[in-house]
Structures are given as C-alpha cells and as structure tokens.
Design a protein around this ligand. Structure first.
Ligand code: ADP
Length: 481
C-alpha cells in the first residue's frame, strides 16, 4: 500500500519534471514569448514536493506524527499553488510588488504554521487545513482564467479552467470525507481508499493543469510566429513600395532639376545655333555676290564647325540626364562627370560671375551608377549656385575637389555663400526640408539615398572660409544592389 502510494507520487513527479525540463529548454531559447516565470516556479516546486512526498511515504511510520520533510513538502506545495494562482493573475494584469511580498511572507508563515501543526495536531487536521488553503487558491485561479477567457478565446484556457475546477472539486471532496468521516488515522494503511483516490485525482488534475498551461504557451508561440510571418510579409510589401516611391522620386527630381535648368540650357544652345545660322546666311550672301575668297571660306567653316561641336557637347551632357538610366553600375571617371555637370550649369555660373576653383585628381575611377552620381553632383552644385546667387558675397566661389583616399574617393563641393543655419543642419538630409520657396527639399535627401546605396557617405560641414561644404565619399568598387 505504502509503496503503491509512493509510486503514484513518483510517477507524477517524473511527469512534471519532464514537462519542466522541456519548457526550460524553450524558456532559454525564446526571447519574445517566454514561458511565464510563475508557471515555471510552480512546476518546479510542485515536482519537488511530489518527490519529497514519495520518499517520505515509504519511510513514514506514524502518519499522525510525520518527519520534518512533510513540512518541507507541504510548504513547496503551498508555494506551487501560490505561483500557479499568480500565473493566472499575470494573464490579466501585472502582479504588484506588494502582492509578491505578502505572498512571500505567507510562504514563510506557512512553514512555521505547518511545522507547529505537524508537532501538535492530527493527520486529519493538517489535511483539512491544506484542502481549505488549496481551495482558496483554486477559486482565485478559476476567477482569473474566466476573466482572461473573455479577451482570449483559447481552448487551452478552457482545459485549464476545467482542470482547476476538478482540483477544487477533489479538494472539497477530501475535506468533506475528513469532516464526516470522524477518522483517527495513524498508519498509511488506515487512510480510506476514497480519500486516497481523491488525493491522487487532485494531483493528476494538477498535473493536467500544468500541461494545459504548457499548451496555452505553445499556442501563444504559434500565434506570435504566425503574426511575425504576417508582419514580415507586410514589411516586404512596404519595402517594395518604398523602392517604387524612391524610383519615382528619382525620376521626379531628375525632371525637376532638368526643368529648372532647361531655360538656361536652351539659352546656351541658342548661342552656337544662332551663330551658326548667322554664319550660314553670311556664307550664302558672299556666295551669291561671288565674293568668297578661300581665306574667308576657311574662317567661316572653322567657326561653323566649332559652334556645331559646342552644341553637340551640350546635347551630349544633357543626354545622360534625360536618358532613363536603369540601375546598374559601371566604371566611371569622376573628373569627367564633374566636367559634364559644370557644362550643364555653365550658363548660370557665367551669368552670376561665379568663380570655379577645381582641384581634381586624374583617373578617379569608381564603380557606380553614372546617372545617379551625376545627379548627386548636379544637386550639390545647383544648391551651391543658388546659395551664391542669394548671398551678398562680392566674390562668389564654387570649389570642387576630388581625390583618392584610402579605399575610395573623396569629393567635396563647397561655396563661400551664407552657409546653412545651425537649426537646419540636423535635418538637412531629411525629406522635404527646404528653406526655398520653390524648393522641394528633395535634393539632399536623394543625394544621401543614392550615396548610401553606393556604400558611401555624405555629410555637411561648414566651409572654413564661410559658406557650406558637402563631403561625399565613395568606395573604390562596389556592386549595386
Ligand atoms: P531644396 O534645394 O529643394 O530646398 P535640398 O534638399 O537640395 O532641397 O536642400 C535643402 C536645404 O538645404 C535648402 O533649402 C537650403 O536651405 C539648404 N542648402 C543646401 N545646400 C546649401 C548650400 N550650399 N548653401 C546653403 N544652404 C544650402
């Protein structure tokens, strides 16, 4: 009889320990949906208590006066019941510090009370005392689960509520047997079969409630990974949308910057074309008058050729902006790119008497998207020109420097305009940050986007001699994403 009873306790202890070990492994591996610490504590103390009881029953002689290990075992059961109730409360709201302290003190008090009862009272009194206490915690547990079920329709919570209700039923059952039985038990063999049955049933239900909590937690993990999968998908869609938006902005900015320049470019193109047309008329007149000597003829044709080449050069420069270059990288020469951009902006530079100070090393090859890097340079140069136009600086200077640095190239575009106010410096590269009435605040944001995509960096520093300075670094060779 003793052995059989001990065996029940050991079996339940092994089941609960197995459950605990399995969960502990997950507890360490999970970061987001961790198994609740109250549940782990409850399971650990409960399995230990079962093992202590199993061992205690084998060696016990007089059950009305058991060994001290029964006080330890019962105190662990008390802690397990408290922790399980706290677990249920934590499903609905945080456990306050005061509750934790009060229940911690109650566990110590319990130890002393039980130790007193072990020495002074009977088996029946102690069992009844335990049933009443357990009943109190089961009721608390059931109320919390019912509350939680209102907001979380989980079948595992229903099982947990059933198991807790069954525990309460068996605890009340044991109490009733003790009250109406008028027993006086001294040996294990004297314990009525029905009382043993109810005790084991209560412990089995307790184990089932731990399993239900484990399944509830597994359900939460499955739900959270489903949710994070869904979120991943949503993020992917958002990233795709962001790329599309950026691509359209790139295009829009191209159109905006070229649109703003188009008048000046038309003016620049008009000059060689107008000169050519005048020269052709002059040539026709001289031909009809028969006054064309070989020297004059040579001179006119040379001027025509030079005007033609000038116009072709301007058109070549424009082609790279108007052509819709697809993302892709090639080896580009920065010195050549700087020349192209200065050609595009030449009309404004000349008209506003801006002096260009160039310090460009030859053979500055970078692996990059030509159209995009040209756009960055054009944005920086245009910004500098506009800053210089609005500045009262009598000698307007635009300085471009490009040189090799370790692992890549460094490009700076500086001007001696009025500079950038400190309040704007922090958000300079943010979208829609502009001080211009006609500005979109897109240029620097796009510059940063493009340069970052190329694995480089862009920053603003105040220019030493007043004005603004933008420093761009680009790595030697990088494959574009
Ligand atoms: P936008 O030119 O459309 O305003 P940007 O993003 O190119 O947009 O520039 C943002 C703001 O940064 C400008 O409005 C201007 O106030 C300031 N800024 C940029 N470059 C310079 C510069 N070289 N000197 C002074 N201010 C500048």
């Amino acid at each position: 009889m003793k052995l059989l009873l001990a065996l029940y306790f050991f079996i339940l202890a092994i089941i609960q320990t197995g459950l605990l070990l399995g969960i502990y492994h997950y507890y360490r591996s999970q970061n987001t949906v961790r198994p609740n610490i109250y549940w782990l504590t409850s399971l650990a103390t409960s399995s230990l208590a079962l093992a202590i009881f199993g061992g205690g029953i084998i060696t016990i002689d007089d059950i009305s006066r058991p060994e001290f290990n029964f006080t330890i075992g019962n105190t662990l059961f008390y802690i397990a019941a408290v922790s399980q109730a706290l677990f249920c409360q934590s499903l609905n709201r945080d456990v306050s510090k005061a509750t934790k302290i009060i229940l911690g003190i109650s566990a110590v008090l319990f130890l002393f009370i039980f130790e007193y009862l072990r020495n002074t009272s009977t088996f029946e009194t102690r069992t009844a005392f335990m049933c009443v206490l357990a009943g109190f915690f089961y009721v608390w547990q059931i109320l919390e689960i019912r509350l939680k079920r209102k907001s979380s329709p989980s079948s595992q919570l229903i099982y947990l509520q059933y198991a807790s209700s069954a525990e309460l039923f068996f605890a009340i059952g044991r109490l009733t047997i003790l009250l109406i039985g008028a027993l006086s038990i001294k040996q294990v063999e004297q314990i009525p079969q029905i009382l043993i049955l109810f005790t084991i049933a209560q412990l089995v239900m307790n184990t089932l409630s731990y399993i239900a909590i484990g399944s509830y937690w597994a359900e939460q993990i499955a739900f959270s990974s489903f949710k994070s999968n869904q979120e991943n998908q949503e993020i992917k869609v958002l990233l795709r949308e962001r790329e599309t938006l950026i691509a359209s902005l790139l295009k829009a900015n191209k159109t905006a910057s070229t649109g703003a320049l188009s008048a000046a470019i038309a003016h620049e193109l008009n000059q060689p074309l107008g000169a050519s047309s005048l020269n052709i008329q002059f040539l026709q007149k001289k031909l009809s008058e028969g006054q064309l000597n070989p020297e004059l003829e040579k001179e006119i044709f040379a001027t025509l050729l030079s005007d033609n080449q000038r116009a072709a050069g301007i058109i070549r420069s424009l082609r790279s902006i108007f052509s819709d270059d697809k993302v892709g990288s090639s080896k580009i020469d920065l010195a050549e790119l700087i020349e192209v951009v200065l050609n595009i902006t030449k009309p404004e530079i000349t008209a506003k008497s801006i002096q260009i100070v160039l310090s460009v090393e030859p053979h500055l090859l970078v692996q990059a998207n030509r159209g995009e890097i040209q756009q960055v340079l054009l944005n920086l140069v245009n910004n500098a020109i506009q800053a210089l136009i609005t500045s009262s600086q009598p000698f307007k200077k635009l300085m471009i420097e490009a040189r090799h640095v370790e692992g890549g190239v460094l490009l700076t575009v500086a001007d001696n305009g009025d500079g950038i106010p400190e309040s704007l410096q922090n958000q300079l590269f943010e979208l829609l940050s502009s001080t211009k009435t006609s500005g979109m605040g897109l240029g620097l944001w796009l510059c940063k986007h493009i340069i970052t995509r190329h694995g480089g960096s862009i920053e603003f520093v105040p220019n030493d001699s007043g004005g603004a300075k933008f420093i761009v670094t680009l790595p030697d060779a990088i494959e574009l994403a």
